[in-house]
Ligand binder design. Structure first.
Ligand code: TTP
Ligand code: MG
Length: 406
């Protein structure tokens, strides 16, 4: 039986949540990302704003110039997380074979569900309707025999779309589309391919595999498979999240160590809290810095043993930060911390060490209090100075461009 994979993605997610909560914003150009006089970029633009050329990643200043009548909203991550949880719960009602990809995006394996809903198309109609009724949000859905084709289909169908690619039609569906539509083709690959006179996905699919490999190495093979609509990746159930990270852009580039360290501490606590919520430990810690000239570096450290304490995440991040900062370096524009190589907590040697055990218990106690009273209800000495830098909401500091990477 041919697989039937759905890719479901909410339209203009952050903006649509704001519009669902405030009817005055509906049908208007709206941008979530921050006030136009502040630094930062567009996180989400309503389709009305996109008509003016606005898109995610565009500097707010440019967005404001192109569409001064737009409403600019700072945004509030907890609201979006809440909507996301409800969205995923609706999807889980339809199939247990669900793989959340980001806050507003998921794959669902619907193979064999025809008998319940009449057809997979009907099942998708029902999903869209429930999302509309219960969340006042619009979802676009692509259906195909693989993840990659389902994703291309849902994106092509936006907004409020539903597009099914019949089994066997993958190649002919993809062939006329511009190469940028294919997942995995970033700006650089697009430029190289365009330079070779390749403009459509069909043209990639008829390139000799060796030619693709010689230009793109191992990923040339993947490109070839995707362009031919071949992708046997399974829909993976959650719990297999590979990393957790948080990052923020400063409103003013800084070299101030105490500000950098306080922010790092706060971000580490947020990462640690999510790590513990997922019941995982991390073995790899990554610091990310973007300097004023936009050069971006990442520095990793692998721990001898998995850990989930704020202290370990922060201390490791701090060591990496101290190495990465030197007087001749540019001021820092963005700082981020992440954990990866996530493992199930086992009985660890470190646990015999009572100070490690105490730290873990302290983190757990803090998590409980924060769950009840908000993230900033408890602050460590190090993060206190952030209250003069970032606006605060019940759920935490409002950071610019909150990272969504999971
Ligand atoms: P997307 O699904 O890429 O974008 P979208 O939902 O706003 O619009 P559409 O799917 O209709 O094209 O991302 C989901 C949310 O993730 C988006 O609403 C805001 C956030 N986001 C960022 O914060 N920064 C980004 O660069 C992108 C692309 C998204
Ligand atoms: Mg979306």
């Amino acid at each position: 039986m041919a697989r039937r994979i759905m890719h479901i993605d909410l339209d203009a997610f952050f903006v649509s949540v704001e519009q669902a909560l405030n009817s005055e914003l509906r049908g208007k150009p709206v941008v979530v990302g921050g006030r136009p006089d502040r630094r930062g970029v567009v996180a989400s633009a309503s389709y009305e704003a996109r008509a003016f050329g606005l898109h995610a990643g565009m500097p707010l200043i440019t967005a404001c110039r192109l569409c001064p009548q737009a409403t600019f909203i700072e945004g509030s991550f907890p609201k979006y997380r809440h909507a996301s949880q409800k969205f995923m719960a609706i999807l889980a009602d339809f199939s247990p074979y669900l793989e959340p990809v980001s806050l507003d995006e998921a794959y669902l394996d619907a193979t064999g569900f025809e008998s319940i809903y009449g057809s997979i198309h009907q099942m998708a109609v029902a999903i869209k309707q429930r999302i509309k009724d219960e969340l006042e949000l619009c979802a676009s859905i692509g259906i195909a025999n693989s993840k990659v084709v389902a994703k291309v289909a849902s994106e092509l169908s936006k907004p409020d779309g539903l597009l099914e690619v019949a089994d066997g039609e993958e190649r002919s569906f993809l062939a006329p589309l511009p190469i940028a539509r294919l997942p995995g083709i970033g700006k650089k690959t697009e430029r190289i391919l365009n330079g070779l006179g390749i403009n459509t996905i069909g043209e990639i699919s008829s390139m000799p595999l060796d030619a693709l490999k010689s230009h793109f190495g191992a990923s040339g093979e993947l490109l070839h498979r995707y362009a031919n609509g071949i992708d046997d990746r399974e829909v993976k159930l959650p719990g297999a999240a590979k990393s957790i990270s948080r990052e923020t852009t400063f409103s003013k580039d800084t070299k101030d160590r105490s500000q950098l360290e306080a922010t790092l501490r706060y971000l580490s606590e947020r990462v640690g809290s999510e790590l513990r919520q997922r019941g995982k430990q991390a073995k790899c810690i990554t610091l990310k810095l973007r300097y004023a000239d936009f050069t971006t570096i990442t520095r990793h450290h692998t721990l001898r043993q998995g850990s989930n304490t704020d202290r370990t995440i922060f201390d490791t991040g701090l060591q990496l930060l101290r190495k990465a900062l030197s007087p001749e370096k540019q001021p820092v524009r963005l700082i981020g911390i992440g954990v990866s190589n996530l493992i199930e907590p086992g009985r660890q040697l470190d646990m015999l060490d009572s100070s490690a055990q105490r730290l873990e218990q302290l983190d757990k106690a803090i998590d409980r209090i924060r769950k009840k009273y908000g993230f900033t209800a408890i602050q460590t000495g190090r993060t206190l100075l952030l209250k003069d830098i970032f606006p605060q909401s019940g759920e935490g500091y409002t950071l610019h461009t909150p990272s969504l990477s999971k």
